[in-house]
Each structure stands twice: as C-alpha cells, then as structure tokens.
Design a protein around this ligand. Sequence first.
Ligand SMILES: Cc1cc2nc3c(=O)[nH]c(=O)nc-3n(C[C@H](O)[C@H](O)[C@H](O)COP(=O)(O)O)c2cc1C
Length: 197
Amino acid sequence: MQLKDSILGRRSIRRYKDREVPLSLVGEIIELAKHAPSSGNLQNWRFVIVTDMKKREKLAEASLEQYWMVEAPIHIVVCNDYEKVKEHYGKMGRMYSIQNCAAVAYAIMLVAQEKGLGTCWVGAFDPEAVQRELNIPENMDPEIIITLGYSNDKKMPALRETLHYLSYFEEWGNRVKSFSTVDDVKKKLKSIKKRFK
Ligand SMILES: Cc1cc2nc3c(=O)[nH]c(=O)nc-3n(C[C@H](O)[C@H](O)[C@H](O)COP(=O)(O)O)c2cc1C
C-alpha cells in the first residue's frame, strides 16, 4: 500500500470486528511509528497497550462514556512524559511535549491503516480517571487514546476543505491560484470513492 492510500483511506473507525490483533502486530506498528519526529529527539511518548476487556470498559467510561470504544480489541494510551521536555524548552516545553505525542499518534494511525487495521483518535477523556485505572504516574499525562482493531465499518474518504481555502502563498491572505500537483491526489481520491459505488 502506498502512503497516499493510507492517508486517504484512513477514517475514524468506531465499529470493530470481534477479531484479535496479535500483540506482535501492535509492536510492529509502534516500532515503525516511533520514528516520528520529536522536539530535540526527546521521544517523550510512552505507550500503555490495553487489551483487558474490563480495562477497556473503564477507559470507555472515562472517555465520557464512549462505549463504542470497548469493541476495539486494543487501546493504546499515548502518555506524555513531559518533564524532560519542559526542562529543555521552558515555557514552550508543554506545547512541544503535546505536539510530539500528536506526531507519534498520527504515525501509529497511518501505519495501522497500512497494516489493514482501523483506528480512532480519542481525545475526550478524564485524564485522572485514565491514570487511576492504568496506574499511570501523576507526572505522566495521558494525551491520546487510540482504539485499534479490524474495522467493521466501510467509510468513504472524509470531506476536507479545499487547498485553495486552506492555504496562502508567501503571506497571509494571498490566495494560491492553482497547485498543479493536486490533480494526482484528486485522481486517487476519485478511484477510492469509486470502490464504494
Ligand atoms: C484531538 C482529537 C480529538 C478527538 N477526540 C475524539 C473523541 O473523543 N471521540 C471520537 O469518536 N473521535 C475523536 N476524534 C476523531 C475526530 O472526530 C475525527 O478525526 C474527525 O471527525 C475527522 O474524521 P476522520 O478521522 O474519519 O477523517 C478526535 C480527533 C482529534 C484529532
């Protein structure tokens, strides 16, 4: 699968098959994803891989009762070991530490997609409840929960704003008239959408 297919094919999956994901595959995904960039290469991300059903129920409950999460056989809780980042970067450290976690989270999602797995980024949760449930130390912020499993959903590529709307050239407010390279992505998108007809 090409990177383009992973990016365009990925959607937030909230329905999963009752099919186990081998831990070795989860390891493979994180092994690759941990090559994401981080400020000063501090790699302040830590992962708690949760498979236990009772724990998944508790995580769903802590996530404002998003009980669909329980169907996902794996929850990866991306934790932020922020202290070193704060030490290095002072005021900017907190923001960098979160950005680093976001970078690795998206990498996990793309690699998972490439391996035929579905994911969803869950950001709405009570961090203290998650810490309590998984014995995560106080100085380690749970930032993101990624649900992972074999998708039981078929979703078209998501709608996104046009590049014309999103981008400026050289300075704010200066619209880009056309990007000649965009046609290639549009063609790919069209061919993926065709599969849904
Ligand atoms: C910071 C962040 C927090 C999110 N939190 C949740 C969440 O708590 N529950 C959920 O179902 N989806 C959550 N999402 C997923 C978004 O709803 C989803 O990415 C968005 O609607 C676009 O859809 P797509 O991922 O299918 O392209 C979150 C995404 C991000 C980036």
